[in-house]
Design a protein around this ligand. Structure first.
Ligand SMILES: [Zn+2]
Length: 238
């Protein structure tokens, strides 16, 4: 796994297309550290722990999960820090924690359109043994915003409206002007890849308000503010 340094205190691991592993964030405070998103499996989290240990940094004390999708949450059980997410994300995780991970149950969820083909395929790519899948809920939930003081650096978590999913949050690091937004800029794969323009507009408004220089997304390379705003406006015009 490649861990890249964005600023003095902010790092991220690069996303990988195979098995749909998203980028993971790391904010290294003097007292505590925070991870953004929990990855898609124990193996993913372990690689991340190794990558931060190589740089002499501690395992995350907090793990903020951007939204409920499997690739961002199935590593939660292997994370050692306090997990945090939006209230709606936890409701969905609670539901998914009841799911059975067998061929027949997965096929049944596809049939009933509870699950989508893309996630089903990617999950099978990540897990050679489906029985290893563990879904857990977060220790901490919030609705609008919360602030975590890592010692000499503060991370703000904000709920953001998004066409991609309910319960999306971003992690804003004002001191380093870095914004982590998960998959907030994206279509809703669980609703026929629809793109709700009202939600997109609300997201654009929310993102515009942050004075960031770099934005880290789940499945793309980090971008500057203008690039992000250009993407949002082209999606709006679609
Ligand atoms: Zn997603």
């Amino acid at each position: 796994m490649q861990l890249k340094q964005l600023t003095d205190r902010v790092f991220y691991s690069t996303h990988r297309k195979e098995a749909d592993r998203p980028a993971l964030g790391y904010i290294n405070g003097k007292k505590y550290s925070l991870m953004v998103d929990a990855g898609n499996s124990k193996a993913h989290v372990e690689l991340f722990h190794e990558a931060i240990a190589e740089r002499g940094m501690r395992k995350p004390n907090f793990v903020a999960v951007t939204h409920w999708h499997w690739d961002h949450t199935f590593g939660m059980h292997a994370a050692e820090g306090v997990t945090i997410c939006h209230k709606k994300t936890n409701e969905k995780l609670k539901e998914m924690a009841q799911w059975k991970w067998t061929d027949s149950e997965m096929a049944n969820r596809l049939q009933t359109q509870v699950e989508i083909e893309f996630a089903d395929t990617s999950i099978r790519n990540e897990y050679s043994r489906l029985a290893e899948i563990q879904v857990v809920t977060s220790a901490v939930t919030f609705h609008e915003t919360m602030e975590i003081d890592l010692g000499d650096i503060v991370v703000e978590l904000h709920h953001i409206p998004s066409p991609h999913s309910e319960g999306c949050i971003c992690a804003w690091v004002p001191q380093e002007r870095v914004l982590f937004i998960g998959d907030a800029i994206g279509v809703d794969y669980y609703n026929h890849c629809s793109l709700d323009k009202d939600k997109l507009q609300a997201l654009t408004k929310a993102i515009t308000a942050f004075d960031f220089t770099v934005c880290v997304m789940g499945h793309a390379e980090p971008m500057g503010k203008q690039e992000i705003l250009d993407i949002l406006s082209s999606l709006q015009a679609r």
